[in-house]
Design a protein. Structure first.
Length: 241
């Protein structure tokens, strides 16, 4: 697993992710709701990749929910995860992490294992959607386009459709579609309709990739009432803000 670590004001770095924990203890429903937003944290590298740190999912003590981490590679095949979704890579565990994360010196043998796991990873900042894993990565990074709206739509001279989405939590997203292009954005025209998306579905079927402004969609359900895009190819670029 890898992520964009947002530092604020457009600054960020890429880190491997080694664990995720929530630590929810509240009994009251509202307090538990707040804990689910503000207490979860990830185990990542510090900016210099010299030590492991806890990194909260959202900016603490903020009225608005502002993500501090955008997962760009959701692979957890080497993780041990419990029924609550908490866990870490298989050579670590919660007790071990708690024993050294706050220490001035961290065990070099553990850091070496983390470096070895991260070795060779190259962040592709403009990936093309080709597999179901690519779709999952985009869903994680974009939050399924919740609260997104199209701020720019441009059909380029070579027939490529360029889109820019604003409003996504923690980032903006550029998207390109090309090859046997078909699309309809009339249902999200801000002059006449609500431009904001609640969620989205990306589908690979019969050699095409689709992006639709609704969750859990199928190709057969797409009608003129939806904002949708269909093409042979789709790629995207995450812009942390």
């Amino acid at each position: 697993m890898h992520a964009i670590i947002r530092q604020g004001d457009g600054k960020f770095y890429i880190s491997a992710v080694y664990g995720y924990y929530e630590d929810n203890t509240a009994i009251d429903d509202y307090d538990r709701y707040l804990e689910q937003i503000y207490k979860p944290y990830w185990i990542i590298w510090d900016p210099e990749k010299k030590r492991l740190i806890r990194w909260q999912t959202t900016v603490p003590d903020e009225i608005h929910i502002i993500p501090q981490i955008l997962i760009v590679d959701s692979d957890t095949t080497n993780w041990v995860i419990d029924e609550k979704g908490e866990g870490c890579v298989n050579f670590l565990n919660r007790a071990l992490l708690d024993s050294f994360l706050d220490a001035e010196e961290q065990p070099e043998e553990i850091l070496e294992k983390c470096r070895a796991m991260d070795a060779g990873y190259v962040y592709d900042d403009t990936p093309e959607i080709k597999t179901e894993k690519d779709i999952k990565n985009l869903e994680w990074a974009s939050g399924s386009f919740h609260d997104a709206h199209i701020s720019k739509e441009e059909l380029q001279e070579d027939g490529t459709l360029y889109l820019r989405f604003d409003g996504v939590w923690g980032c903006e997203i550029e998207v390109w579609f090309w090859g046997d292009l078909e699309y309809d954005t009339s249902s999200r025209d801000p002059k006449f309709e609500d431009p904001y998306w609640f969620g989205a579905t990306v589908i690979l079927q019969d050699g095409f990739v689709y992006l639709v402004d609704e969750e859990n969609m199928t190709v057969e359900q797409i009608t003129s009432g939806y904002c949708y895009f269909k093409a042979r190819h789709m790629k995207y670029h995450i812009i942390p803000n």
